[in-house]
Ligand binder design. Sequence first.
Ligand code: HEC
Length: 180
Amino acid sequence: MNRKIWYLLLLMGLAVQGYAAAPPSKEEGALIFKGRCAACHNINKRVVGPALAGVGDRRSMEWITKFVQSSQSLISSGDKDAQALFAEFNNTPMPDHRDITADQVASLVEYIKSETKTATAGNVDVITYKPGVRPLAYRPLMLSDYGYITGFIAVVALLVLVMLMMVRVKDVEREMQNDK
Ligand code: HEC
């Protein structure tokens, strides 16, 4: 291997180290959450596991770290909160994530905070949307949508114009050939 590649590897190593030592970031938390937790957890809604909104307030960071790394160890160590939660969720064990560090847990909590809608401990199942006022994620197409309709007509008109011009060009070509 030549020198340049070694330097490159060294730089990459430093970059990774810098990343690992970085302060908690919700971007890092988002990545981990979406990849490894979202199958069972939603932040504002109870699904397979509890809604995680407000978890940073109702538990200590140490507790969360232990629970994420190995919930079953924490439960069998006699932790009352973990035992109660386990029972509440019909003894569904949460899988261990032993490789997740305390720093990464801090990032996860940071992310959870940033995504929390109604965050008060003990009141995490509340959804802030009322029926009927939930904003639509998409906008239905309507004739009253003048901007859209005008744009649409303009595009169609332009296409027709281009087509007419192409026909005209062909005509001219043909005329020129006939002239020869
Ligand atoms: C296979 C499903 C599953 C996955 C994946 C999962 N969890 Fe859980 N989690 C649970 C269940 C179920 C509980 C409820 C406690 C129990 O049953 O042990 C729970 C509980 C928790 C709690 C305690 C919440 C509270 O109210 O105190 C935290 C924190 C937590 N999970 C974080 C995470 C994080 C972070 C990840 C991703 C790294 C994750 N979980 C991945 C199923 C899962």
